[in-house]
Design a protein around this ligand. Structure first.
Ligand SMILES: [Zn+2]
Length: 163
């Protein structure tokens, strides 16, 4: 069976993992395998994650609780589905450090949607929020609307940014 979850281990022991497609009941076996090879750190890329179901959430939390014991965990390119999980379920993030996320926008005039990547390094909550207020539609040049509730979307970060 082909896996949506791929990983490579660098010479310095850092693992890079990518979660592509669906995080679901088929993910557990691959996450368990990755865990056995994990060393000091792991960077997890969610840019290709398309959906998550409740079995996937459960498998992820079990994986993360063990992974945190072995390695420093970082999340990158967290798509909106992942950000929403982190806000609803703190254990979905655990002590993982978020490097970057994708913020979703849509254009009320022409219907164009797009995600903007935001880097967390050195960012303040005010800066992240103000950046959502000046996104222009590439198609019709109208200013785009943020698709989620801004205060809720960045809620998971408050602890990180304070430290
Ligand atoms: Zn537009």
């Amino acid at each position: 069976m082909a896996s949506n979850i791929t990983y490579t281990i660098h010479h310095d022991g850092n693992m890079e993992m990518a979660i592509n497609g669906s995080l679901d009941e088929n993910s557990e076996v691959f996450l368990t395998k990755a865990l056995t090879e994990m060393k000091s750190s792991c960077l997890i890329d969610f840019s290709g994650t398309t959906n998550i179901n409740s079995c996937g959430v459960r498998a992820w939390i079990q994986f993360l609780q063990k992974a945190e014991q072995k390695a420093e965990i970082r999340y990158t390119n967290c798509v909106p589905d992942i950000v929403i999980q982190m806000n609803m379920i703190p254990a979905f993030k655990g002590s993982a450090k978020v490097i970057s996320l994708q913020a979703p926008f849509f254009c009320e005039r022409c219907g164009t949607t797009k995600n903007i990547t935001q880097e967390m390094k050195g960012a303040s909550l005010d800066k992240l929020v103000s950046d959502t207020e000046s996104v222009q539609c590439e198609t019709c040049k109208e200013s785009m609307e943020f698709e989620e509730v801004v205060e809720d979307y960045y809620a998971f970060l408050e602890e990180d940014l304070a430290s």
